[in-house]
Design a binder for this molecule. Sequence first.
Ligand SMILES: Cc1cc2nc3c(=O)[nH]c(=O)nc-3n(C[C@H](O)[C@H](O)[C@H](O)COP(=O)(O)O)c2cc1C
Length: 187
Amino acid sequence: MFRTAISNVAVREFKSGIISDQELSLILEAARLTQSAKNIQPWYFIVVKDRKTLDSLAELMTGDIDEDLTKRSPMIVAVIGDPKSQFWLFDLGRVVQSMTLVAWEMGIGSCVISGPEPPDRENYRTKAGKILGVPENLRMQELIVFAYPRNKLPYRPRKIRKEMSDILFQEKFGNPADKSLLAPVRK
Ligand SMILES: Cc1cc2nc3c(=O)[nH]c(=O)nc-3n(C[C@H](O)[C@H](O)[C@H](O)COP(=O)(O)O)c2cc1C
């Protein structure tokens, strides 16, 4: 699991085929069983394979870099949130991470597609929700493409991350953390 988590990167170049339903069902089962605050499970998922629907979603992103990514996506899972839960965004983050890592472990790449930059994003989400028939009390939050990576994994180094010493502190914010925590050693 450590290896899966630390090697996972966004994949944007795919083979043309759709992942198998068996693989997809494992990804979705990982989502279904994810922890959530008060076990509210404030999420729904829509599997979108229909090319016309994918193209309609891409059209909502005209001019944005995600337009091309959506057009090239063989299949997308739309992640729908229920804002009545206080922790819905936190929980959606967890559920997407579950799906992404399970997919990665099976050699399947994924990328979150957030659509146009603010201030247009919320309007895009509303329109995307309408295309997907999402009830008005729920929110179409993210599209996730899952597909076989075009190149062998890991196909390139991950983007640079902040140093541990920049994000980890000891006892109080700003206090340097113990050196033993800065350079993890795997036994
Ligand atoms: C919440 C979230 C939203 C993201 N939205 C997009 C997006 O709209 N388009 C995109 O190409 N990548 C998107 N990504 C992928 C990130 O840009 C990418 O994971 C990050 O830059 C680190 O790069 P790496 O995965 O190659 O290491 C998103 C990732 C997350 C977690």
